[in-house]
Each structure stands twice: as C-alpha cells, then as structure tokens.
Design a protein around this ligand. Structure first.
Ligand SMILES: Nc1ncnc2c1ncn2[C@@H]1O[C@H](COP(=O)(O)OP(=O)(O)OP(=O)(O)O)[C@@H](O)[C@H]1O
Length: 576
C-alpha cells in the first residue's frame, strides 16, 4: 500500500513525499520514491463557491459552514487542510462534523461582535425585516375621523400638539387620554423614530400609538402622530417652580424622604431624575438613535410609570440606517447644543445609502461617538438642577458664553466663579461636592469640549454617584468601577501637563528632581528628534488612517449620489 506523507504549508501548492509504492517489486523502479514532489491543490476544494453555499440546505448547510471555516485555513499546516485527503481519501479518518479552527473562531467572533456592536447591524436587520413587519400586522390602525380634538398643548415650528380622545369610546379609553401632533415636513422622520423606539426601547420615550400621512386637507399632506397622554408636566415646567426639586420628590419616589430639607435631600432627588434621563438616553443610543434636542422641555413626567420620558423625536437621527443624518443646524437648540454642532465629523459629509450606512454604522459610530452630543445637553440639565440661578434662558445663555471663554473647561469656569460666587452658586457647588465630589466629577465628565472625552450614558449610569448609600460605603467592586470610570475618562494630555507641572514645582537640581529648564528640554525632546524610525512609523500610520477615512467617505458619497431618495418614507401609512 502506498504511504504518503505531506509536508509544508499549503496555499495553492504543497509538497508531498512518496515513501513506498506496492506495485513496484523493485523499489528503485520508481524514480520518485523518497523524493519530494510538488502538487497543486485547486482552491475550490478549500473555499466553497457562492453557488455551492446557495445550494446548500439541510445537512448540506453544515458541510458548507464547515468548508467556510476550513477555507480560513488556507496557507496553514496540514492539520487544518487534511491535505492527505486529496491523495488517498479512504486511508484517512472520517471527519466528525464541523471543524472549528482557531483563525476561523477568531473570524467568527470578530464578525459577530461587529454585527452586534452599537448601533447593531444584525439587530437592525431583524428589526426592519421581521419585527416591523409583524408589528404592522397586529397593531391597530387609525384614521383622521377616529379622533375628537381637545385642548391645544403646544405649538412648535414644525407642528401643533393637541390633547385628543377617540370618537368611539371603549371602556379602556378615557376622556382625552391621547396626544395628537399634526406635523409638517419632519413628521415622517418622527413617525419612523417613534416606531423604532417602540420596538427597541419603549420605556425611553412617550408611548407611541400610531402615525400616518393625512392627505385630505387642502393645505396638503400632514403627518398625524398619536401618543398616549403621559402627564401634564415636563421637566421644564417642574424646574420653573421655586419648590424644585421637592415638587418632584413624591412624584418619583412615591413618598417624602425621611430627611430634613437641605442639599442631601435635594441631591437624592436630582440623582433619581438624572438616572432616569440617562436610562432613557442609554436605550436610544444603544439602538443607534441620537435625539439631538435634549432639553427640559422635551422630558415629560409620565404619571403612569412615575418616571421621566423623552418626547419630540423630530430632530433625532437614526444612525443605524442613516435617516435624518444630515444635521440641520436650525433644528438644534443653541441653549443646550454641544459645541460641535455637527454630531458626525465634517469629514463624513452626507448620508450613505441605507445598506452602506447599515454596514458601516459601527465604524462611523466609533469614529464620531455621536451619542455624546445628547450627553452634553444632559450635563447642562444637571447643571441647571444643581444651580437654581441657571434655570432661566438668559442665565443659561450667559453661562454658555462664560464656558466658551473658558474653552469649555468646567473646572476653569468654577475656578473663575468661586471666589466671587453668590450664596446660591456656593450651595450648588456644595451639593455637587457631596460624597467626595462624585457629582461634580460626573458633571465634568459630561460637559466637555471634545465628544470623545465625554462619558457615555451607559458609563455614566455605572458611576457610583447613583449608588444611594454614597461614596463612603462603596463596596470593593464599586470602588473598582469608579477607578475604571476615571481611567476611561482620563484626559491624558491634561494629565501629562499636570505631571510635568508637578515635577517642575517639586524638583531642584540638589534633591534629584527636574528644574524648569530641564523640563523645558523634556517637552521639546520629541519635536527635536526629527526623522527617527518611530516618528516615521507614526507619520505613516497617521497618513494611512487619513487615507482610509477619506476613501471610506468618497465611496459613501459616490453610493449616496446614486440613491438619495427617502426610501423609508414609503413605509409610512397614508390616508387619502
Ligand atoms: N405624550 C405626551 N403626553 C403628554 N403631553 C405631551 C406628550 N407629547 C407632547 N406633549 C406636550 O406637548 C408639548 C409639545 O410637544 P412636542 O415638543 O413634541 O411638540 P413640538 O411641536 O415639537 O414643540 P417644540 O417645537 O416647541 O419642541 C410638550 O411640551 C408637552 O407638553
């Protein structure tokens, strides 16, 4: 019987060594015996063709998946390839099913992590092609005549909001328990966002009932959006009261706390409000939606669930599929908008087509961290809750100017204000300084110039500020979490400057520290060393990064030009 030993790495070609060959009585008759022979393996034996994958079904599917993993082993040793199989199949042990190789596993895990990374490509497909479809089949639909208009609740630039009730009253429908918004151009976006939110994180926003395009009016098409009536008060209404935050206490906690009136008690109420807002934001951001208009006026107290919820998704953007992606500056409320204005870098110019946007969404999300725009606005709400004198529009505008002058550095703003601060401001700082200043730390991690340096909603929620017992009684794990939070929030540039400064202050030539002159040398050391290998490598890496980003953007623009229609608009029900 012939014995064949294969050796060498196999890509397309490999080598085999022929050790014996039975039909030849005289071993020397075979001129190839003992010699290494080169053979060529067709790649199609390793990688399944697309057609083969399509045809694969039932039991064949397993084989196709197996082939896929084995395909990753191209160029690896024969353990992966079972290359002897090609020479003498019957002599080899039968494969016992799916063979998972290390590179295959890494590839699979990498692909799965990418598909599930924020904003979630895989859940997005499931949501769009299954959940949305099923929801449409089972949810009740409404027409214009089904509603009886009640009191006007508000009027914005893009719509009028009424309290309404159903014309045909059932036992479950109380008088005026619905809210109707008759919206113009941004109504379509708002319907899309509300439907997405209802499927992904219903408790984050007001309970959305139905939305449709109403075409019967002479004025032209009008989008009608229906929600359940959540409650009478927004956070803005509650904050206007002199009683704030005590006026919210029983609403959210159900009872008055067993504490005398003072900053501790106020801090607890503010903590609860902040936690509820961040919880809602975390829900939105995890599904790829950025609100872009977070302000006390758009946070409503839901009497049913006793929590704050977010309303008005007209300016929101769905970065999973790139809807409403092009930021409209006029939509942003300058009082609460983050300094970057554009939530996506200007290097990422316009929305790509939906499939491209979906495929690239995790990359774009990580490149731009668009959710941090909402975090900045939430930080300003936190600030307003802590400082009563910042609750009016004019004082907030003035604060924004001051902060800009301090290069958006809250610590610098505090330093400039504290020596001449009014008792009201001093009280606010005292409140934030409770529990070792953990509230102040959280606030400064939210209100920062660079989005990348701001905390995310999820990280903020994990901050021990929200542990009721306070900093002093933190468990080991909570302390660890705090350290982790600090490490992720660390502004390393500032830290480096601070360390150098500290060294300068403490150092003299005699006692071994650095003198200011030496430190100056230290600072200048890097720029002076031009042309070193490290520097060149860094420059090449930066060039490569820039190239990748520009290529990505160019290809997105190109694709975008081909399909710029509002494809998703077709999904919105119409009533003629
Ligand atoms: N689900 C709801 N339950 C109770 N009240 C609501 C609800 N939705 C909206 N409102 C009320 O209607 C008002 C206007 O709502 P919304 O902010 O969505 O409209 P808008 O036209 O976008 O207004 P603006 O442009 O001023 O923000 C809110 O301030 C709130 O008082």
């Amino acid at each position: 019987m012939a014995t064949v030993a294969a050796s060498g790495g196999v890509g397309v070609a490999t080598t085999i060594k022929l050790q014996s060959h039975k039909p030849f009585s005289n071993p020397t008759a075979n001129p190839f015996l003992g010699k290494k022979l080169a053979i060529k393996l067709p790649l199609k034996t390793l990688v399944p063709s697309p057609k083969a994958l399509v045809l694969a079904s039932g039991g064949h599917l397993i084989d196709a998946v197996k082939d896929l993993f084995l395909g990753v082993g191209v160029g690896l040793p024969c353990t992966v390839m079972e290359c002897g199989d090609i020479i003498y199949r019957s002599t080899l042990p039968k494969s016992s099913g799916l063979t998972l190789t290390a590179p295959g596993a890494v590839l699979a895990i990498g692909a799965l992590s990418y598909l599930w990374a924020t904003p979630g490509v895989a859940p997005g497909f499931f949501d769009m092609f299954f959940l949305a479809f099923v929801e449409r089949l089972f949810r009740p639909t409404f027409r214009k005549d089904d509603f009886v208009l009640g009191k006007k609740l508000g009027e914005g630039a893009f719509g009028v909001v009424y309290r309404v009730s159903l014309a045909k009253k059932s036992s479950s429908n109380k008088e005026g328990d619905l809210v109707l918004k008759k919206a113009t151009e941004y109504g379509a976006v708002e319907i899309w966002m509300n439907e997405r939110v209802r499927r992904a994180c219903a408790s984050s926003c007001a309970d959305f009932v139905y939305g449709f395009l109403e075409n019967s009016s002479k004025k032209g098409g009008e989008y009608w959006l229906i929600w359940r009536f959540e409650g009478k008060s927004t956070l803005a209404d509650l904050m206007q009261s002199k009683e704030f935050p005590y006026n919210v206490e029983t609403m959210i906690l159900g009872e008055v706390q067993d504490l005398p009136k003072g900053i501790e008690r106020e801090n607890r109420i503010i903590q609860t409000i902040m936690r509820q807002i961040l919880f809602c934001l975390d829900g939105l951001h995890s599904t790829g939606i950025v609100h872009r208009d977070i302000k006390p006026q758009n946070i409503i107290f839901s009497e049913g669930s006793r929590t704050f919820k977010i309303i008005d998704l007209g300016a929101a953007t769905d970065l999973r599929v790139g809807i409403n992606y092009i930021p409209k500056e006029f939509l942003l409320d300058p009082r609460y908008a983050a300094p970057e204005q554009y939530i996506m870098s200007t290097q990422t110019p316009s929305a790509p087509s939906a499939p491209v946007a979906t495929a690239l969404s995790p990359v774009l999300w990580q490149m731009n961290l668009p959710d941090r725009f909402d975090i900045y606005s939430t930080g300003l709400i936190f600030l307003q809750m802590a400082f009563p004198s910042l609750r009016t529009d004019s004082s907030l505008i003035q604060f924004n100017r001051q902060l800009k002058r301090c290069d958006y550095d809250l610590v610098a703003w505090r330093r400039s204000l504290e020596p001449r601060a009014s008792p009201d401001f001093r009280r606010g700082f005292e409140l934030l300084d409770l529990d070792g200043g953990i509230g102040w730390e959280l606030l400064t991690s939210m209100v920062r110039y660079k989005p990348r340096k701001r905390t995310s909603a999820k990280a903020a929620l994990a901050n021990p500020y929200f542990d009721r017992e306070g900093l002093l009684v933190l468990s080991f794990m909570q302390k660890l979490r705090l350290q982790l939070f600090r490490a992720t929030q660390q502004d390393y540039e500032e830290a480096a400057k601070w360390v150098i400064g500290l060294m300068a202050k403490s150092g003299t030539e005699q006692d071994g520290g650095f003198t200011e002159a030496q430190l100056q040398e230290l600072r200048e050391m890097a720029p002076n060393k031009k042309g070193t290998a490290q520097r060149n490598a860094l420059a090449s890496a930066l060039r490569l990064q820039r190239k990748i980003i520009s290529t990505l953007n160019e290809s997105m623009d190109e694709l975008n030009q081909r399909r710029k229609s509002l494809w998703w608009n077709r999904w919105i029900p119409r009533e003629e």
